[in-house]
Design a protein around this ligand. Structure first.
Ligand code: NAD
Length: 303
């Protein structure tokens, strides 16, 4: 399964590097020329638990040299998805599959606007990675990855993708309820990212103050309400799961926090902003998510 990864930052390079190590044909595509040049000249350096490994992998800043793809995997930030899909359409043949493992909501809709939805596969990943510099990443998280058909059917092609990822050491399951799982991950991002980012806190500190706990619970409760009204099957207690993730990542500064610290655009529109959009469609009020989205957007405008 020839795989082309669009967006070869932290996560794209991680998945590409591990797939390449397992013997698969993989291409990394990224608009960041310095990163692509470094990978082409010196290989991709993956640091994991203190050890470094260099992987030889195809990398390019333009898709024209790649040929056709069996699988296109998107790992750009959500605000680049639309353009990335458009750029990648030349890779398409009749049976090309399009998979997103990005965070947030809206990626599926953006792909389906440009691609036949029968070719689209949705996923979510608990893997984590950090970009250290051109050609260098750190593998930082090992959670499960799920992939699934939009209609919930278990198919040969989702099995094939899961098998390929498992063979590369990326623990993956096929799910018949992939939309529910996307929302489950969204609850975590909705609770942690913007709040920790705004307050300059590490994830764990959100549990240390009654005020942050209250805010966190309000943000997540609103998202759960929206999910339920949309027909998402919310299993167990999502609030407990958010807190488990916070404990497990206690020392981390979340990605949105790092984005604000470096005065970079955030994925707020796909996270809390997406909850606001969905709520508006349903006629529900989500004041905590609206306020935190507006606050982040004003900060972004002052960069
Ligand atoms: P990143 O910023 O490290 O990488 C994104 C890359 O996309 C950049 O290198 C950028 O140059 C490239 N890019 C932008 N536009 C492009 C285009 N049109 N064509 C090709 N490349 C383009 O981001 P990341 O941390 O790897 O995150 C990617 C996605 O995965 C996000 O949605 C994020 O929320 C999600 N995610 C991240 C993690 C993590 O631990 N980093 C974990 C789970 C999910």
């Amino acid at each position: 399964m020839k795989t082309v990864i669009i967006g070869a930052g932290a996560m794209g390079s991680l998945f590409g590097g591990l797939l390449s190590l397992s013997g698969k044909e993989v291409w990394l595509v990224d608009v960041w020329e310095e990163h692509v040049d470094a990978i082409r000249s010196n290989g991709l350096a993956i640091e994991e638990k203190g050890k470094a490994e260099t992987v030889s992998i195809n990398a390019t800043s333009g898709v024209t040299s790649v040929g056709k793809a069996d699988l296109i995997l998107y790992f750009v930030k959500t605000y680049h998805t639309e353009k990335a899909i458009n750029d990648s359409l030349v890779l398409q043949k009749e049976d090309t599959l399009f998979l997103t493992l990005q965070n947030g909501l809206g990626n599926e809709e953006m792909i389906c606007k440009q691609v036949d939805r029968k070719k689209v596969i949705l996923g979510v990943t608990g893997q984590g990675a950090t970009l250290l510099g051109p050609g260098q990443i750190r593998h930082a998280g090992w959670g499960k990855t799920y992939v699934g058909e939009l209609d919930g059917k278990i198919t040969d092609r989702t099995d094939q993708i899961a098998r390929m990822l498992n063979n590369a050491g990326i623990e993956t399951e096929v799910s018949s309820r992939i939309h529910d799982l996307v929302w489950e991950k969204l609850f975590v991002n909705v609770g942690i990212n913007a709040l920790a980012a705004l307050l300059g806190l590490k994830n764990g500190q959100l549990l240390d103050y009654p005020e942050t706990l209250r805010l966190l619970e309000s943000l997540v409760s609103e998202a759960i309400e929206v999910a339920k009204r949309k027909g998402i099957q919310v299993q167990g207690n999502p609030m407990d799961r958010v807190k488990v993730v916070i404990e497990a990542t206690r020392e981390n500064r979340c990605s949105m926090g790092q984005d604000l610290d470096r005065k970079r655009r955030t994925e707020i529109d796909a996270i809390n902003g997406a909850v606001v959009r969905e709520a508006e469609r349903l006629g529900i009020s989500v004041p905590y998510n609206r306020m935190i989205t507006d606050l982040i957007k004003v900060i972004e405008k002052t960069f």
